[in-house]
Design a protein around this ligand. Structure first.
Ligand SMILES: [Zn+2]
Length: 165
């Protein structure tokens, strides 16, 4: 099957896609044809050989595995404001899984989003001691993951701005 080259806006080769996909990109206005077949047509379009993206896509950034810098707002964002203990989407606070008073670090791996009631109930105990098992294992997100979560979570910034306790 014929493949069409997709160039970034700076004319570097990104990847290859099907003719159908390339034509769809032209139709949507995200790419323009650079080179086309003289005779072959695909609907109203000449079959493209090469298309170029209209907007430059920062590849390094897009595919980077760069870890996000730790922040309290970031924890709420990573967990999409879902409380790690009860699962409700009402988390406005950040909880240290292993409490700081017990040597727990302030880090992605030891922080989860929690609603106020759960945070108060857990207090200075571990999830085991409090019999409040975590619903997921906290992880270190990449910058890109946080970016896309932010883009799809409308009230994230607002909630994240709440003063730290
Ligand atoms: Zn809760």
């Amino acid at each position: 099957m014929t493949q069409v080259e997709v160039w970034n806006a700076d004319e570097t080769l990104l990847h290859r896609v099907s003719v159908r996909h390339a034509v769809r990109m032209i139709w949507r206005g995200v790419a323009t044809p650079v080179e086309v077949h003289a005779t072959e047509r695909f609907g109203p379009y000449q079959v493209p050989v090469v298309v170029r993206l209209v907007r430059y896509v920062e590849q390094k950034w897009l595919y980077s595995r760069t870890r996000a810098t730790y922040s309290r707002e970031g924890v709420l964002l990573r967990d999409r404001h879902r409380c790690a203990y009860c699962g409700r989407v009402t988390a406005t606070t950040m909880d240290h899984v292993l409490p700081r008073s017990r040597g727990g670090a302030t880090s992605w791996a030891n922080a989860v989003a929690a609603c106020e009631p759960c945070n108060l109930r857990k207090g200075d105990r571990t999830p085991d001691e409090a019999r409040m098992p975590l619903r997921w294992v906290p992880y270190v997100p990449t910058r890109v993951q946080l970016h896309f979560t932010r883009a799809t979570t409308s009230n994230a910034t607002e909630l994240g701005k709440e003063p730290a306790r």
